[in-house]
Design a protein around this ligand. Sequence first.
Ligand code: C2E
Ligand code: CA
Ligand code: CA
Ligand code: CA
Length: 278
Amino acid sequence: SFKQGKQRYYIYKDAMKEGNISSLSLQNELYHALDKDQFEIWYQPQIDTVSSKVEGMEALIRWNHDTFGIISPSQFIPIAEETRWIIPIGTWVIRQVCQDLVTWLREGLSYKVSLNISYVQMEDEMFLTKVKEILEETGCPPHLLVFEITENMLMKDLALSLNVINELKILGIEIAVDDFGVGYSSLSYLKQFKLDCLKIDRSFVTHIHKDINDYAIVQAVTEMSQSMGLKVIAEGVESIEHVHLLQRLGCEHFQGYWYSKPVRKELLPEKIQTIHRE
Ligand code: C2E
Ligand code: CA
Ligand code: CA
Ligand code: CA
């Protein structure tokens, strides 16, 4: 339809602005990227500041294109969602992460790994079946997996989110609310979901040292989540100032460039060693 076409046009335009890549060709090539084995998972460490140790990581997809090089997910995930190719791509992500987790376990390393789930995947009626199959096929312990679902996604269709989250929890998978604070839900509203973790959106952390409102928001979210028994992870921790202020507010779990950017899994052991030495 015209409306759909227009919507698509805007997605292409946005993607083009970011990377100067013709998005029409991008969409076309995205369709073959899975077959061509062009996706990679990069991992960003998450730090527990009480033990000063890496406790886990977030899996972030990258598209390693033969001519454009590494393409960031913000450029192709919206297209993948629009076309629903996010369903097979998302399945690939879950399988890849489970395989990596099992490889690390064999090496004696036990990390929690978070991965991002799109709303389009949650709507797919085969989603839970696929997750179960992958767990069985890879032998990945579900308690080491965290599925990140954005606050806005949770609110989109409450009945659907409640059902999918309940089923994932029955499987033993943990649930984190991603980008918390940018949506419209209140914490008391979130109580009906069986959640494990809240991730405070980077937009509140970035200016925490100079914006009194951001400071107050992070403080309120941290205090309330702790009283609800939820773990809080601060995203976008970029400086030692951020670290100190967040610690003062009682936040103990950090993710951000201050510790490490997302890296290819080959570089992860070295990165983790560096974090542990500092
Ligand atoms: P997100 O889930 O909010 O992931 C965090 C993003 O913030 C990542 O961008 C990460 O590289 C970036 N980041 C982390 N720490 C810092 C920091 O200290 N400073 C700054 N400026 N940025 C930081 P990335 O990897 O480009 O991913 C962008 C978004 O793409 C993700 O946002 C997520 O919404 C989506 N995404 C990534 N991988 C997947 C995936 O496998 N599936 C789906 N559905 N979405 C994904
Ligand atoms: Ca995330
Ligand atoms: Ca996030
Ligand atoms: Ca985000």
